[in-house]
Design a protein around this ligand. Structure first.
Ligand SMILES: O=C(O)[C@H]1O[C@H](OP(=O)(O)OP(=O)(O)OC[C@H]2O[C@@H](n3ccc(=O)[nH]c3=O)[C@H](O)[C@@H]2O)[C@H](O)[C@@H](O)[C@H]1O
Length: 437
């Protein structure tokens, strides 16, 4: 750089300037000016570097990450090669197939649903922001798995309207399977902003694009059993009250149901919300109890098992992933078309909500006993009072509506589902070569 600078200094820009250099006084002044110019130049360079450092993607930031800044990540997309990949992934390959945009495709449920759709010949394009809520290498492994089946996952955020608009310009999606979300009940107390960002702002951003798309797609999306909150009437039916959420996660999912109502009412979008009940299985989420219990039991670490007041049982209606996938496909296949066009409603459209559970609540301590048998290791159990951080004591789904209207019929009990999970877990983490997240 200094060589370049001295070269520039020696070039006389005007004859007059060249002449003036002969006076020592002027020479000094010129040197002073030149130093000032250098100083200014380097100051700007320095400030530029500082600005780049602060505003660049947090994913490559060496400082400890603030999870609420994950949304600031920027992604590369666009260009003819990218569009070709997008089109190819979304191409329908079967008679009467549908063309689906799957958001959260590198997530647990997203991966399984995308693979199932692709296998039966539907066009599938994934979208995922690969955030680091849990080990992103697991998401990358799921992505690699989907690539083998011909599903391309676009890297981007559902809050990026220009990306969503572009996707709808390139492909006329008939359906959107919206599974991108900030999951986890307890994490909401640590990072509330990420729930608002993904589950509310992100959902609205997606619906805004869907409402203006021509044709408008059908939307099936993931709500949650947590919307039943403090409801004590069991089993939970879709008609039960859902106005007492016990966590911000639940509140954002409930908000999603109300937002769905609005977009259905104003714009004629066909919307189906699926209330998933504690979904588990191979390729699952490391933040969920069955997953980290397995990891900790194998490591010989103690696990905390929550109990309700007066030694009451905490239980979940654990639902196996393959059953959930069938429910998702049933919802996509039975959905009626949206009725709007050009952002205007043309007639009433379908608005549905279904429970997708197993109808067989199991106490968490029984879940641990099953894992102990499958892993052949005794767990170091620590019984703890259920913390007041969003957990509810009991979930139990009434699935008769989904049974009747979607043909939903769960067929995997917790014992056989966990057997498949443990088999996958042991082979994926292959004797501890990879660290479980
Ligand atoms: O159905 C849903 O809508 C939600 O399901 C899932 O939430 P939960 O049912 O709470 O699952 P999960 O955390 O695995 O805890 C399971 C059980 O273990 C108990 N639990 C938990 C942790 C612990 O250390 N000890 C313990 O006893 C705990 O008290 C609970 O009884 C999804 O994470 C969520 O994203 C959402 O989709």
């Amino acid at each position: 750089m200094s060589k370049q600078m001295s070269h520039l200094d020696n070039i006389p820009s005007t004859p007059g300037k060249f002449k003036m250099e002969k006076s020592p006084y002027v020479h000094n002044r010129l040197r002073w000016h030149s130093s000032l110019a250098k100083l200014t130049f380097w100051s700007f360079m320095f400030m530029g570097v500082i600005l780049i450092f602060f505003f660049r993607s947090p994913s490559s930031n060496p400082l400890p990450q603030d999870p609420s800044r994950r949304s600031l990540r920027t992604f590369n997309w666009g260009g003819p090669a990218w569009e070709k990949r997008v089109r190819s992934s979304a191409r329908i390959r079967s008679h009467n197939g549908i063309c689906v945009l799957v958001t959260g495709a590198a997530g647990f449920v997203g991966t399984h649903v995308s693979a199932a759709l692709k296998t039966r010949g539907d066009g599938v394009l994934g979208l995922d922001n690969f955030n680091d809520y849990y080990d992103p290498s697991l998401k990358r492994a799921r992505q690699a798995l989907l690539e083998q089946t011909g599903v391309y996952i676009v890297e981007g955020d559902i809050n990026d309207s220009s990306l969503l608009r572009k996707l709808f310009e390139v492909v006329a999606f008939t359906h959107v399977m919206h599974l991108a979300a900030q999951a986890g009940v307890r994490y909401a107390m640590e990072n509330p902003g990420s729930y608002v960002h993904s589950n509310i702002a992100g959902f609205v951003s997606l619906l805004e694009i869907c409402k203006s798309a021509n044709p408008q797609p059908v939307i099936v999306w993931a709500s949650s059993s947590s919307v039943y909150g403090l409801n004590t009437k069991v089993p939970f039916s879709e008609r039960d009250r859902t106005d007492q959420p016990a966590s911000l996660y639940a509140a954002t999912k409930k908000a999603g149901e109300e937002i769905a109502h609005t977009y259905n009412h104003i714009y004629g979008l066909s919307l189906t919300g699926l209330r998933f009940f504690t979904v588990y299985g191979p390729w699952g989420r490391p933040d969920m109890a069955y997953f980290f219990f397995t990891r900790d039991i194998l490591k010989g670490k103690s696990i905390s098992i929550f109990e309700a007041a007066n030694h009451g049982t905490v239980a979940r209606d654990f639902t196996y992933i393959d059953d959930i996938v069938k429910g998702c496909l049933g919802a996509l296949d039975t959905a009626e078309k949206s009725t709007g066009s050009g952002g205007k409603k043309k007639g009433p459209a379908q608005l549905r909500v279904y429970n997708l559970g197993n109808t067989w609540p199991v106490p968490v301590s029984d879940l641990v006993s099953i894992l102990e048998r499958l892993l052949n290791v005794n767990a170091k159990r620590k019984i703890m009072k259920l913390p007041r951080n969003g957990d509810v004591e009991f979930t139990h789904a009434n699935i008769s509506l989904a049974q009747r209207e979607l043909g939903y019929k769960p067929s995997t009990n917790l014992q056989s589902g966990l057997k498949k999970f443990v088999r996958w877990y042991l082979s994926y983490y292959s004797g501890g070569k990879k660290a479980a997240g």
